[in-house]
Write a protein that binds this ligand. Structure first.
Ligand SMILES: *Cc1c(COP(=O)(O)O)cnc(C)c1O
Length: 468
């Protein structure tokens, strides 16, 4: 399988290449040159199989020659047979007559990002071993990505990670999930300033010759194709439980960078019958505006109780615009240049119509989010996290537009104990951390505090890389 850039001019790469590259050299994102397709009979044959086997089948066509059958099987067995604390990996829970939750938070850091990052950590190690290379991962996090990436890389031989977080601006649980991981190849950097400042340092490092001349840098943000690929699997696994491909299912997806919901689009392209993909946003609603009126324009970010969805622009949306817009890289590069200059653009007719065929969207404010939390608790004694509640609020708001016999599955993207204050305010019950995360609040933390300037971050990374 070959991958092409959404902006048309970067070289095509194979799966190993795109996994290690992250962003394409022309500033675009990599997508498969064509969508692999399963017949209904092939999908039916996955019914009743364990999650790791479904993962092998669904991911196989994307990986091509980059892994042997034995390597892929071993990796999926290890990641999806062992790293998750539920036999089903992503269990379904019924909420009411038509609403279900797909629990994606049974990994080590209690958010859905583990599902892809646990795999990515193993893929990096396999490819680096083969190339006899080392990789220095640098990233910035506003919360969930950082801890999931650290848990995926800690203790590995050929990769090390420098994770920047804005000092004092991530929750205690989120910070401790990063800073209590004690491994010589893990470095936590608390940076003065906002998440955007930290993110700007990371971006600059990737183009700073002082850094790139001595280190091979790797990225773990959701523009990495391998992450999206891993997320396609749970759409298949869950639809099969409802009788797919002989029955359709609708999904409501709490959305930030459009990675998780784009994986649902990929599943549909592969032949899985999906009735609707509901893009659920909080009041930071650029995607809702784009999907309802074609207006993709960035504003400021409003902080909410769902921080992982507090975004200005949504990087993976570019993949949808490419696919629905006729896969014209040169035209999209032009369109994105315009967006980068003015922070606003209008979707083309082809992009808007293509998206409307599968996607619907809804923006839920704080009141609606709290109401959805209360509904789940009163109807089914389920304590859900605020991100999941935004998804459920959207599912309920758009239910009338979906045939009554179609189950609506809300992706439960985080465990409620990651956001205990917001949950307690909504339902009066404080969720507790599951026993498996242990004494998160008793363990010693390790992180360095750095001033907000770029040079301080760069010098720390250069001074500490390659020592583990
Ligand atoms: C990252 C995250 C999201 C948003 O996912 P995207 O793939 O960026 O759209 C939603 N909820 C939680 C809890 C997250 O950590």
């Amino acid at each position: 399988m070959q991958y092409v850039s959404t902006r048309g001019s970067a070289p095509a790469l194979d799966f190993e290449g795109v996994t290690l590259a992250g962003l394409a050299s022309d500033g675009g994102l990599y997508v498969p040159a064509e969508w692999p397709r399963f017949s209904a009979a092939e999908i039916r044959a996955m019914r009743g199989r364990p999650y790791w086997e479904i993962a092998v089948t669904v991911m196989r066509p994307f990986i091509g020659d980059s892994l042997t059958e034995d390597e892929l099987t071993a990796i999926c067995r290890e990641v999806y047979g062992e790293a998750f604390h539920h036999a089903a990996v992503t269990p379904l829970v019924q909420l009411d007559e038509r609403n279900w939750l797909l629990e994606l938070f049974h990994g080590p850091t209690l958010a859905f990002k583990d599902i892809a990052l646990q795999l990515l950590g193993r893929l990096f190690e396999t490819f680096l071993e083969r190339r006899d290379q080392r990789l220095t991962i640098v990233g910035a996090t506003s919360g969930d990505t950082g801890s999931a990436a650290i848990h995926a890389v800690a203790g590995r031989k050929r990769s090390e990670i420098f994770m920047l977080h804005p000092k004092g601006r991530v929750s205690d649980v989120q910070r401790r999930q990063m800073t209590t991981v004690r491994a010589p190849n893990v470095h936590n950097l608390a940076i003065e300033g906002s998440f955007d400042d930290a993110q700007a340092h990371v971006k600059r490092m990737f183009t700073d010759p002082e850094v790139t001349s001595v280190l091979d840098l790797g990225a773990v943000n959701s523009i990495n194709w391998a992450r999206l690929m891993a997320q396609v699997v749970y759409y298949f696994a869950s639809a099969l439980q409802f009788g797919g491909p002989d029955r359709t299912v609708a999904y409501a997806v709490p959305t930030g960078n459009f990675g998780d919901v784009f994986a649902g689009y990929v599943a549909a392209k592969m032949g899985l019958p999906i009735e609707r993909l509901i893009v659920a946003t909080n009041v930071n609603d650029i995607l809702h505006r784009a999907l309802t009126s074609g207006d993709y324009s960035a504003g400021g970010v409003t902080p909410t109780i769902t921080p992982s969805m507090d975004i200005q622009v949504s990087s993976n949306f570019e993949r949808l615009l490419f696919d629905c817009g006729g896969r014209d890289g040169a035209a999209l590069a032009e369109q994105m240049r315009g967006f980068e200059a003015s922070r606003a653009m209008q979707l083309t007719n082809a992009q808007a119509t293509g998206a409307a065929a599968l996607f619907a969207s809804h923006s839920a404010d704080q009141v609606a989010t709290a109401r959805a939390l209360q509904h789940a608790y009163q109807r089914a004694k389920q304590i859900i996290d605020p991100h999941t509640a935004v998804g459920l609020a959207a599912a309920q708001a758009l239910a009338d537009g979906i045939a009554a016999d179609v189950p609506v599955v809300t992706l439960a993207t985080a465990h409620p104990a990651k956001f205990p204050d917001a949950v307690e305010r909504a339902i009066g019950v404080r969720p507790s951390l599951p026993a498996r995360v242990g004494d998160l609040f008793g363990r010693e933390e390790s992180y360095v505090e750095l001033a907000g300037d770029y040079a301080a971050t760069r010098d720390f990374v250069l001074g500490h890389a390659g020592q583990a």
